[in-house]
Ligand binder design. Structure first.
Ligand SMILES: [Cu+2]
Length: 287
């Protein structure tokens, strides 16, 4: 008897699942919050809408690579607009000038078509007299809106450098940012970085086909290195630089780098030798 009941329950559950998943596209999907496990880092209200900016791991904007997710809520009924056409422009207002930073376009990635995803790479934090704002332009229901909001950009809580803005020997200013590893392990980690040049105060195009050499060291332990690292080379598919970062133990690591152009000329950074224990181009991590 028990067995029969159990079989019946399994059958009903199975039928239930089948009928739910075979509804087709004309019925709305479950109103599951795709941002449930993300942190709301900014909520900007204007024009009867709320622009919600989310981060997966961070609780605010920090210098370096920030992956950001944007949704536009209609405050009238708390629904989210599908396929909002959003663009953004971050600007730092400094004492002597204004400038922008490297950023991606925003593109829709989720199943409900309400979440736009992109990244912004802040090359410096704000301070008491100098601040960042972001202008968001968005189109919903055939109307275009724009708003500008001040945002707080801080150095990461652990103080480690994951972005470098520097002048190359070719007199071009570059921004190099570490994207991965986000959660380094005692292992050979996949490493990703992105490189941009500062064409003007507001324009930071991607730089392709350069090379970033990698020499990770532990300054606190005789500046020892690790085996099986691989320099970062350009990956056209992801428009980023990919390599292998070998971390043989936990602790503080300085990732000494050199930037080479397409013909192998060194634009920034130095080799590590007995006389020179660090490169002027580097990232840091501690885990
Ligand atoms: Cu600045």
């Amino acid at each position: 008897m028990k067995t029969i009941k159990l079989v019946l329950v399994v059958f009903i559950v199975a039928v239930g699942f089948t009928s739910c998943s075979s509804d087709g596209d004309d019925t709305p999907k479950f109103e599951e919050n795709p941002m449930a496990n993300f942190n709301l880092v900014a909520n900007i209200e204007a024009n009867g809408h709320s622009l919600e900016l989310y981060s997966e791991g961070k609780t605010g904007f920090t210098t370096g690579y920030n992956e950001i997710f944007v949704r536009v809520k209609n405050n009238a009924d708390n629904s989210y607009f599908a396929n909002p056409d959003i663009s953004w422009s971050p600007v730092m207002h400094m004492m002597s000038m204004n400038h922008s930073c490297p950023k991606s376009d925003l593109s829709i990635t989720d199943d409900n078509n309400t979440v736009a995803k992109g990244y912004i790479i802040f090359q410096m934090p704000g301070n008491a007299d100098e601040y960042w704002d972001v202008t968001l332009t968005y189109g919903v229901n055939g109307e275009e809106f724009s708003l500008t909001e001040t945002i707080e950009v801080t150095a990461p809580a652990d103080g480690k450098q994951t972005v470098s803005s520097f002048m190359g020997t070719d007199d071009v200013r570059y921004v190099l940012a570490m994207v991965e590893p986000k959660d380094p392990e005692v292992a050979v980690n996949d490493m990703t970085a992105m490189l941009f040049k500062m064409e003007s105060m507001m324009s930071f195009p991607l730089v392709e086909n350069y090379t970033v050499t990698l020499d990770p060291r532990m300054p606190g332990m005789g500046n020892h290195s690790s085996p099986n690292n691989e320099d970062l080379t350009y990956d056209a598919a992801t428009k980023s630089y990919k390599g292998k970062l070998s971390l043989t133990m936990t602790g503080y690591w300085k990732l000494n780098l050199k930037l080479l152009n397409g013909t192998g000329e060194v634009l920034k950074g130095e080799d590590i030798t007995d006389e020179n224990e660090a490169s002027s181009l580097y990232f840091e991590l501690e885990f």
